[in-house]
Design a protein around this ligand. Structure first.
Ligand SMILES: Cc1cc2nc3c(=O)[nH]c(=O)nc-3n(C[C@H](O)[C@H](O)[C@H](O)COP(=O)(O)OP(=O)(O)OC[C@H]3O[C@@H](n4cnc5c(N)ncnc54)[C@H](O)[C@@H]3O)c2cc1C
Length: 499
């Protein structure tokens, strides 16, 4: 009956945020809450979605959406994966160094190349060293930005206008395409992105503290030579989510889109095709536009909330999975890296190559499997290598987006309605999804059981970041020709003095 407390929580969406909310609720409240997890799709995972490809008689699990995680910027997530028993490097995760290339398709030349292996530096030309020196300065500026501001509303263009030690050609033609992988906006709009959003993930990855395993204060050789160490799950990131649900003993109801949520007295009425469900609390772990549609249909939410949710800009991103070749990698395979950005005039295409990120087959062959997206949208149908085309719905982190998501915090918990998701805080990732889920679970009555998770998202210690940054610059400089060495090694002092 409407109005009767239920101790029930309905979670809308079984992507990372919905699954982690269920997990944390069980962990913190035991059986106190009746957890109902409703998912519109016929699978768990949302933007975590994997498939299997076979090469040399061997099956490889391939993530078609979210793929990577990193120890430094994702300590809570890594702690959870470890808690689930899925962090064993021999059996559960693949760890590999990843370099990257920014490739100019029309000039058929690299704009920036950070090789995954030391060997790559043997092929470096003077222009590569010049670009690397600029990149070192960019990384220093980024580390300072991440350290010194919590202002998400500073745009990339406004930030760039203050970076006097960087050439404008480098900012526009190298850094903006490089930033695409973090912000997903077209090249012409990357200047509108939040600068902090555009740098925080990468800079914490390369220079942050190692977050896991707990108590490990002596991680192996961090930061790695000028590349970074990636982690991927052998069972896909969606496999990790399924394990989390099973550990929490929560069974999601799939193919069950929620159509409306209305508040009635002290409870909410959640409408599904199977009928209404009454709940004390509803966690919207879907994207903000779906939440707006659901709440608008319920008719009891304030217009200010609906406008905030609708104003958060999202895009349905077509993703092309390719095998036996790619349509968007550099023409010269010497420059193939796990992560590659191809600039084609005003278009940008971002590709992850699984070859270097999976064990080889048939004695040393790298699997020819690729994942690409871009702006404007790629035309996957014209690519002969394409299989499994699909779409993911993702946030566009402009400064306006940042302001709106900040104001959403004022609506959290009103009428028992909560918002969780990778988009709600920090940088859209497994870590942010988990952090948002943990935060929501923490807010609910009654007082939670002592929290057993091992790590919360913490900003890295600025002194350690600076020390790691210095070490990184020194390592890069050590391999540079003599006339570039000083510029790289002293980038940090230059930025501090003139920045
Ligand atoms: C191409 C791509 C690459 C990425 N790479 C990485 C990476 O390498 N590492 C990383 O950490 N992160 C990465 N991310 C980000 C990561 O995917 C997200 O941070 C995270 O998975 C978001 O989870 P979520 O639960 O917030 O949202 P989603 O995954 O979008 O889940 C929302 C869920 O809500 C469901 N839903 C919507 N409407 C309804 C409704 N009416 N009723 C019921 N259910 C509904 C949806 O079907 C969906 O399952 C990537 C994302 C994309 C798209």
């Amino acid at each position: 009956m409407p109005g009767t407390p239920t101790n029930r929580i309905v979670i809308i969406g079984a992507g990372a945020a919905g699954v982690f909310t269920a997990y944390r609720l069980r962990e913190m409240y035991g059986r106190f809450y009746d957890i109902v997890l409703l998912e519109a799709n016929d699978r768990v995972g949302g933007n975590c979605y994997s498939t299997t490809v076979t090469y040399g008689g061997r099956n490889y699990s391939i993530d078609c959406g979210a793929q990577f995680f990193y120890k430094n910027p994702q300590p809570s997530y890594c702690a959870l994966v470890e808690q689930l028993g899925l962090m064993d490097e021999a059996t559960d995760v693949i760890s590999a160094p990843a370099g990257f290339t920014v490739w100019d398709k029309q000039a058929n030349a690299r704009r920036l190349w950070l090789p995954s292996r030391l060997l790559g530096f043997l092929h470096y030309a003077n222009t590569d060293w010049d670009r690397l020196a600029q990149f070192a300065i960019y990384m220093t500026y980024s580390a300072f930005l991440d350290r010194e501001t919590t202002n998400w509303s500073l745009s990339v263009d406004d930030w760039f206008s203050k970076l006097v030690l960087l050439d404008s050609d480098f900012k526009e033609n190298v850094i903006k395409p490089f930033m695409y992988q973090f912000v997903s906006l077209p090249l012409s709009r990357i200047g509108e992105s939040s600068a902090l959003y555009a740098v925080t993930y990468f800079v914490r990855n390369v220079f942050g503290d190692a977050g896991v395993p707990e108590g490990d204060e002596n991680p192996p050789e961090l930061p790695g030579l000028p590349t970074f160490q990636t982690y991927q799950s052998m069972i896909g990131l969606d496999g990790i989510l399924r394990k989390a649900l099973s550990a929490a003993r929560v069974t999601p109801t799939l193919s069950s889109p929620v159509t409306s949520v209305a508040r009635s007295g002290d409870v909410s009425i959640v409408q599904t095709a199977a009928g209404p469900i009454q709940a004390d609390h509803v966690v919207f772990a879907c994207d903000p536009h779906a939440a707006a549609t659901i709440l608008q249909a319920g008719g009891t939410s304030p217009t200010t909330l609906l406008d905030t949710l609708k104003g958060l800009e999202y895009v349905g991103l077509p993703i092309s999975m390719q095998k036996d070749g790619s349509c968007w990698m550099p023409s010269n395979t010497d420059y193939w890296e796990p992560v590659s950005t191809l600039v084609d005039g005003s278009a940008v295409r971002f590709t992850a190559w699984f070859g270097r990120l999976r064990p080889s087959y048939n004695f040393g062959q790298k699997i020819p499997v690729f994942k690409t997206w871009g702006a404007p949208d790629i035309d996957g149908a014209s690519c002969p290598h394409q299989f499994l085309p699909h779409r993911h719905y993702i946030p566009l982190p402009t400064t306006t987006f940042m302001t709106l998501r900040e104001s959403l915090q004022g609506f959290q918990g009103k009428d028992g309605h909560w918002f969780a998701g990778g988009w709600t805080r920090w940088f859209d990732s497994q870590e942010a999804a988990l952090d948002s889920a943990t935060w929501v679970a923490d807010q609910l009555p009654p007082t939670a059981l002592p929290f057993t998770g091992r790590a919360r998202m913490v900003a890295p210690d600025p002194q350690k970041v600076e020390r790691n940054l210095r070490r990184w610059l020194e390592r890069v400089a050590r391999h540079a020709p003599e006339n570039r060495r000083d510029a790289i090694a002293h980038a940090i002092d230059e930025v501090a003095a003139k920045g």
